[in-house]
Design a protein. Structure first.
Lengths: 165, 414
């Protein structure tokens, strides 16, 4: 299913500071939207999408906000726009963040994402969205995140980022 | 080709002339992480490296929850201490990371990378200072490098005649009201104009600090006599250099911002860009439980001075908690020397040790359900300072001090 959010969802809402004092990736599942959307952590399932408005992930640079959504198995976050640091944290961790206005998609609609053709369509075949995923996001996603990429190919791979768009 | 100050600093760093939109690998002069973001940088770091590449450039500050308020925070800090010992990096514990950076490390023209969203603060000294997350700071520690995209710059030209009761905080809140919280996303902001030229570094720091609330990648003020005076004062006169944009540099947007008619501003719950004139809500007589004067936005000696002038001959409102947190030990000692702290304490205020304290609701002033707090910090997000059912209003130190005396949100003492 799809979890829908309005504009300006900040990282204090995703992983509030007071719950943030831990280093266990799996436990982050339990604090995602703990106060803002308490039903989220009980019902979110691997493969769910987040559909949001403008400026998703604004505010604090805390990486737990991205990691918590990754720990929950979110397939992709599709927002009208992302805050800069949140987007970088998605790149680092291989969380697919896609800028597109999909706010008309209903919560219960099942979606299929085709990375090759960069399309997102609902399984009833009613709507299909043509996406534009920047190369840097595609490459990092394919490798499980820039960090994973550097772990596998060595830190000099960082030099290749020059060629990304 | 004519360049903005930001393009110049990045060009100098990489050794060739960059253009807006280029992806480049910079070698930051300063790489900063704090007790929360550094904790999450440890495992990414270990994934890709054994030793840090640039030990001398790394600054680790314990400020967000220091001294630790609970076992979890203490355990995180002890893991960071172990890492710092292994890598032979000192840990700094005498103030808020951004305040420490400007007091001791940042110089005009340098490139600062910080694992904290308010890293743009350092731009008040004429530096490019960019905030990132823990993985990016781990990569920078491991390689000495960071990829960034050269940003467009928005020039904000602040003009007019400023009334005496209008502070940098009112100006930046009012800019947030206009540009909204993503108004400068991915962009650099350069603050210019006669008002900025007259501001001292303390006030400029408030502007650049809150540029982060507009989504800015960095915010900058060209270095000038004010910058030089500040650095001299810190015993760092030799770090001064002149850096400014070329007169014909290209800006994505130029905003003329006249402050002549401005009255005190307040950000109301729960967004920093929901800003109104304090007068507009004063007649509601919103009762306040806690006043917090501190943070990297407004916890400097100049801010404490403003508060002192209003507070010291008066009496706090009944049932108000006034929490005052100097931004660093240097600020604390100066306030002690000037007698401000004694005066605050005699009034019944709580003066806490330097650091982030109440600002992020981790310790030293956590709000209860339904409480109202007025703060001089930079974020009023839901749950930021404690209960998700509490409300936070952001104001200048002058307004905060007045509210500590009246007990409700107002800009007058009558
Ligand atoms: S004082 Fe507040 S805003 Fe500033 S660094 Fe600390 S937690 Fe962040």
């Amino acid at each position: 299913m799809n979890w829908k959010f309005a504009d300006n969802i900040n990282t204090d809402l995703i992983t509030p500071g007071r719950y943030n004092l831990l280093l266990d990736f799996d436990k982050l599942k339990d604090i995602a939207f703990i106060e803002y959307r308490p039903e989220f952590r009980g019902s979110v399932q691997c493969g769910d999408y987040i559909i949001a408005g403008n400026n998703f992930g604004s505010g604090s640079s805390r990486e737990t906000a991205v990691l918590a959504l990754k720990a929950c198995g979110i397939k992709a976050i599709v927002a009208k726009s992302f805050a800069r640091i949140f987007y970088r944290n998605c790149l680092a961790n291989g969380v697919l963040a896609i800028e597109h206005d999909c706010t008309r998609i209903a919560c219960e609609v099942n979606l299929t994402l085709d990375i090759d053709t960069q399309t997102l369509c609902d399984n009833e075949g009613n709507e299909s969205y043509h996406l534009h995923i920047p190369e840097i996001m595609l490459v990092s996603y394919m490798h499980g995140g820039l960090l994973e990429l550097l772990a596998n190919y060595g830190v000099d791979a960082l030099n290749d980022i020059y060629s990304f768009k | 080709m004519a360049q903005t100050i930001v393009e110049k600093i990045i060009s100098n760093n990489v050794g060739y002339q960059v253009r807006v939109g280029n992806y480049v690998l910079v070698e930051p002069d300063i790489i900063m992480a704090h007790d929360t973001t550094c904790a999450w940088a440890l495992s990414p770091f270990k994934k890709i490296a054994k030793r840090v590449a640039v030990r001398d450039k790394i600054v680790i500050v314990f400020d967000h929850a220091y001294p630790s308020p609970n076992v979890q925070a203490a355990n995180l800090q002890s893991e960071i201490r172990e890492f710092a010992r292994e890598q032979n990096i000192p840990i700094i514990t005498d103030g808020i990371c951004h305040q420490i950076l400007v007091e001791r490390y940042v110089r005009p023209g340098c490139f600062v990378l910080g694992a904290d969203s308010h890293t743009p603060t350092s731009g008040a000294l004429g530096a490019v200072a960019v905030g990132v997350g823990s993985s990016d700071i781990a990569i920078a520690m491991a390689t000495g490098k960071c990829w960034i995209r050269v940003p467009q710059t928005i020039k904000i030209n602040i003009t007019g005649k400023r009334r005496k009761n209008i502070f940098a905080k009112d100006v930046i809140l009012s800019i947030a009201r206009l540009l909204k919280s993503d108004g400068a996303n991915h962009r650099a902001i350069e603050f210019v104009g006669p008002i900025v030229e007259k501001m001292d570094v303390a006030e400029r720091l408030t502007l650049t600090n809150m540029a982060a609330e507009l989504g800015a990648k960095c915010a900058i003020v060209a270095s000038d006599a004010q910058t030089e005076a500040y650095l001299n004062n810190q015993g760092r006169g030799a770090d001064y250099s002149l850096i400014k944009s070329d007169t014909d540099a290209f800006y994505e947007r130029v905003i003329d911002f006249d402050v002549s008619e401005m009255v005190p501003q307040v950000a109301i719950p729960h967004q920093v860009d929901t800003v109104v004139d304090v007068q507009e809500i004063a007649q509601q007589r919103i009762k306040v439980d806690q006043v917090f004067i501190g943070s990297c936005t407004n916890g400097r000696i100049e801010d404490l001075e403003v508060a002192y002038k209003i507070l010291h001959t008066n009496k706090l409102a009944d049932n108000i908690r006034l929490i005052i947190t100097p931004a660093s030990n240097a600020v604390y000692c100066e306030a002690l020397r000037r007698g401000y702290l004694q005066s605050f304490m005699e009034l019944g205020a709580i003066v806490t040790s330097p650091g982030c304290g109440a600002c992020l609701g981790r310790h030293g002033g956590i709000l209860a359900d339904g409480e109202v707090c007025v703060a001089t910090s930079n974020r009023n997000f839901q749950g930021r300072m404690g209960s998700a059912k509490a409300s936070v209003y952001l104001v200048s130190p002058e307004i905060a001090a007045k509210i500590a005396l009246t007990g409700y949100i107002t800009d007058t003492l009558l």
